[in-house]
Design a protein around this ligand. Structure first.
Ligand SMILES: NC(=O)C1=CN([C@@H]2O[C@H](COP(=O)(O)OP(=O)(O)OC[C@H]3O[C@@H](n4cnc5c(N)ncnc54)[C@H](O)[C@@H]3O)[C@@H](O)[C@H]2O)C=CC1
Ligand SMILES: O=C(CO)COP(=O)(O)O
Length: 340
């Protein structure tokens, strides 16, 4: 049976906006939280400023958040939160896995699908640690949660999923606070795919806004977006009701309508006619996971013979520079369909 000590030692892997906001949220319960940055210089800068000026400016880190670039800090953790962007996850886990052990619990908060393998983030971590003979409980945390609002302490609700519901309940107990409400789930596949795939639709919603379209188009994209996300997630073994929850509809509504979304911003700039490399360069080191996830989602969709018309048009815009207006027109002019 997996247990956590009364005062578990918590390490957050990844000092980007979300890793830093998660550390702030976890530290509100009075625990000491270690925030690990992949570059010692980043850790040093954050420690000197008591603030993550690059990725989450404007929030002073309290004394009970310790920032480090030292890999050996991971060995002392009971509970690990992995918040590494998807494209760096595999090499980062390969680097850190000698510090990990089977008594730890790992929660993945990354939203993405690995390119080429089409693996979910918990699968990437499990396969990497398996290479050194390690198994540990690995689950996923996802839901509508802009880092800035979490850092501000605004009430936020997310879902944490583990195959073993008892482990999800342990994480729920540790990470819940007055401003962070966690629901448990045993549907890791649904929770992970909901979080990853909504980014693709958020780009589409941004494209529509960038072109100058209004509320009708956004509502249509959200609703048809959740239809294609659900089709794929269910084909992959997720549960339909999970996608109607926080990590599906909840996060989709947030990122398709919220101006804080990086993915929506990327879409909006493309809709206005800017080129992708230029848009990505202006994100200041932040990631927009949907750009890479679009291709991986379509790879998974082809494997499972699932139709994803919105994602297909996004791929054409992102990879072939298709005119966004033409892409939206092609979506509208598809053969007529029955709704369900
Ligand atoms: N920002 C947000 O509001 C939320 C983000 N997420 C997810 O969290 C994950 C991380 O995103 P953010 O924390 O927002 O990151 P970010 O976009 O703020 O920062 C990028 C991160 O990548 C790291 N990085 C850059 N090069 C690296 C390398 N070679 N190896 C390892 N790490 C490297 C940077 O140090 C930094 O931590 C993503 O999957 C994102 O979708 C999930 C919920 C909310
Ligand atoms: O996932 C998020 C909020 O839940 C953040 O979305 P962006 O990565 O588009 O900013």
């Amino acid at each position: 049976m997996t247990v956590l000590p009364i005062a578990p030692r918590i390490v957050v892997l990844g000092a980007g906006a979300w890793g830093t906001a998660m550390a702030l949220s976890l530290a509100r319960n009075g625990r000491t939280v270690t925030l690990w940055a992949h570059m010692p210089e980043l850790a040093r800068d954050i420690n000197t400023a008591h603030e993550n000026t690059q990725f989450l400016p404007g929030f002073r880190l309290p004394e009970n958040i310790v920032v480090t670039g030292d890999d050996t800090a991971i060995a002392h953790a009971d509970l690990l939160f992995s918040v590494i962007p998807s494209e760096f996850l595999r090499p980062t886990i390969a680097r850190l896995r000698s510090q990990m052990h089977s008594e730890q619990i790992l929660v993945s908060a990354t939203k993405g699908v690995e390119n080429n393998t089409f693996l979910r983030m918990t699968q990437v971590i499990a396969s990497s640690v398996a290479e050194v003979g390690l198994t540990l409980p690995i689950g996923a945390l996802s839901g509508p949660s802009f880092a800035k609002e979490v850092a501000e302490g605004q009430p936020t609700a997310v879902t944490v999923a583990f195959d073993d519901r008892a482990v999800a309940a342990l994480v729920q107990r540790e990470a819940s606070s007055e401003s962070m409400r966690l629901y448990t789930s045993s549907d890791v596949i649904g929770v992970e795919l909901g979080g990853a795939l909504k980014n693709v639709i958020a780009i589409a919603a941004g494209v529509a806004a960038g072109i100058g379209l209004g509320y009708n188009s956004t509502a249509g994209l959200i609703t048809r977006g959740i239809a294609e996300i659900t089709r794929l997630a269910v084909a992959c073994g997720g549960r339909r009701e999970t996608l109607a929850g926080l990590s599906g509809t909840g996060d989709l509504v947030l990122t398709c309508t919220g101006s804080l979304s990086r993915n929506r911003t990327v879409g909006m700039e493309l809709g206005k006619g800017r080129k992708l490399p230029d848009v990505l360069a202006s994100l200041g080191g932040h990631v927009a996971e949907g750009v890479l996830t679009t291709r991986a989602a379509l790879g998974l969709a082809r494997q499972h013979r699932v139709e994803m018309p919105i994602a297909e048009q996004m791929e054409l815009i992102l990879e072939q520079g298709k005119d966004p207006r033409e892409a939206l027109r092609d979506l509208m002019m598809r053969p007529g369909k029955h709704e369900h």
